[in-house]
Design a binder for this molecule. Structure first.
Ligand code: PFF
Length: 491
């Protein structure tokens, strides 16, 4: 009865599309391609695949199994395991809260760029395609009212979908969006690799570059790959616990826990094939201002230039609009999972008291609060601060901690440090320790085998992962993140 009130996936396919949708997002499109190219190419890919195999699959299985067993969101699940673990649930909840606040600001950027190219297609001279990419981006990010407007549009779309409920909103949207997304990315890949000079990008991406690894240091490369992996798979903050809690006992957990990471990794490789060959082609053709890079710069400066100057004309605008729409879809299917983590807590509380879930109201209120939390990352011009013409200052100035490095360069990084940098690896580490040593992997076995007629296939492998490999890997990521943010010089 309670389960009915909370909602359930209508089909395993729908669940898979939603979970894969959560995993595939900005992390795949702007994080993976560059990190792979810059951290050893093909060797990075092998390291990444090994991490997915030994850490990703098990953590995914652990989260899905805990969610389905206890039938609650992340806080409720940890509370049910033991009152004294409730705080671990809160770490996950807060991660979702902070990530969504900046994720939505960035999602808003994709909406802005989509509209920009779309308008340019029909009325050339709308000022978007012809502008210098860097100058456009620079002036856009310090224009707080416009950034906030697009942040609001993105958050509005997220709220509307989550309000629709599990099967009626999230699942319905993902079941259409995800297959479309795969088709779209393949179209962009074909366009990208057939450009003249695309081999420059392919080489950057795939060439096994031992020198780069030696220079960066194997430990740092490992840490980069591991951090990228669990952010990309939406692990460590209870997102998959929450999605797992809406899954019926009839569905095969072990299989699902493999399919989601495989689909996410495939998409990450496709994104790399969509982005880097196009960038490489225009480096080869000598287009000024195009170079390999990461993060917002890659997505909003380099690629803008690739479409507007490199491809140019109607086709450039068409592919520009097409590409940013693709990124928007990928981002929304992730943001809805982040909002669901936050709303599920309140819905669970109401359902436990025998009240109606009141999903619409809770989603709206949560969405608005997170939207407001996004004001800081939306208004500091991604680190430009007041000195750079933005409306507010960066945390380093406000906290008077200028000497503390990267973490405080902008509000976005600050939110990212709290969530992705600390709470998420800590959450994943604690979860696997709890499963491996306290609850014992037999609990996961029982849950997996609660599917009628199914017997767990890889029990010993999961057991070793939960007890040793995942906690160690996460400890390592945690250390590496702290090292990065505070410049401790450990690695
Ligand atoms: N996996 C998403 C991405 O790669 O962009 C980000 C994300 C979504 C992280 C949901 C965590 C989460 F719970």
């Amino acid at each position: 009865m309670e389960q009915e009130k909370r909602g359930q996936w209508a089909s395993n396919f729908g669940f898979l599309m939603a979970a894969i949708g959560s995993a595939i997002g900005l992390g795949n499109i702007w994080g993976f391609p560059y990190k792979m190219g810059a951290n050893g190419g093909f060797i990075f890919l092998i390291i990444y695949l090994a991490l997915v195999s030994f850490v990703g699959f098990a953590t995914m299985l652990g989260e899905l199994a805990l969610g389905r067993k206890y039938g609650m969101g992340v806080i409720g699940t940890y509370r049910k395991i033991s009152e004294k673990y409730t705080w671990i649930g809160w770490l996950g909840w807060l991660s979702g809260f902070f990530i969504l606040a900046f994720y939505s600001v960035l999602g808003g950027f994709t909406v802005r760029y989509f509209f920009g190219f779309l308008l340019e297609m029909f009325s050339s001279g709308a000022g978007f395609g012809g502008m210098d990419s860097g100058a456009f981006f620079g002036s856009y990010i310090i224009n707080a009212p416009v950034v906030l407007l697009y942040h609001a549009i993105f958050m509005g779309a997220t709220i509307i979908i989550v309000m629709g409920g599990i099967s009626g909103g999230i699942e319905k949207f993902s079941a259409i969006a995800m297959p479309t997304l795969f088709v779209m990315v393949i179209i962009v890949v074909i366009r990208s690799v057939t450009l003249e000079g695309s081999f420059v990008g392919l080489e950057f991406m795939f060439k096994p570059d031992i020198e780069a690894i030696k220079e960066i240091g194997l430990m740092r490369v490992l840490k980069t790959a591991a951090g990228q992996m669990f952010f990309s798979l939406s692990l460590g903050m209870g997102c998959m616990i929450t999605y797992g809690s809406y899954l019926s006992k009839n569905e095969n957990l072990e299989k699902n826990a493999m399919i989601i990471p495989i689909a996410d990794t495939t998409f990450a490789c496709l994104s790399a094939l969509a982005v880097l060959p196009a960038v490489g082609a225009f480096i080869y053709q000598g287009v000024e201002g195009v170079s390999f890079g990461a993060g917002p710069g890659l997505l909003f400066v380099t690629l803008h230039r690739v479409f507007s100057v490199g491809m140019g004309g109607f086709m450039g605008n068409f592919f520009g609009a097409f590409f940013y729409f693709l990124v928007f879809i990928a981002a929304v299917t992730s943001s809805i999972s982040l909002l669901e983590v936050c709303t599920a807590y309140f819905i669970d509380k109401r359902v436990a008291k025998g009240l109606s879930p009141d999903r619409k109201k809770i989603t709206l209120i949560m969405g608005i609060i997170i939207f407001l939390l996004g004001f800081l990352p939306a208004m500091d011009g991604l680190g430009s601060g007041r000195a750079g013409g933005a409306m507010i200052d960066i945390p380093a100035v406000i906290f008077g901690m200028k000497e503390v490095r990267v973490a405080f360069d902008c509000w976005l990084d600050f939110y990212d440090m709290i969530s992705e940098g600390v709470f998420m690896p800590l959450g994943a580490m604690l979860m696997s320790l709890i499963i491996g040593w306290k609850l014992k992997t037999t609990l996961i076995k029982e849950e997996v085998e609660s599917t009628p007629g199914y017997q767990i296939r890889a029990y010993n492998f999961w057991d070793i992962c939960f007890k040793f490999i995942v906690p160690l890997a996460m400890f390592f990521v945690l250390l590496g993140q702290l090292d990065d943010f505070f410049g401790l010089g450990i690695f």
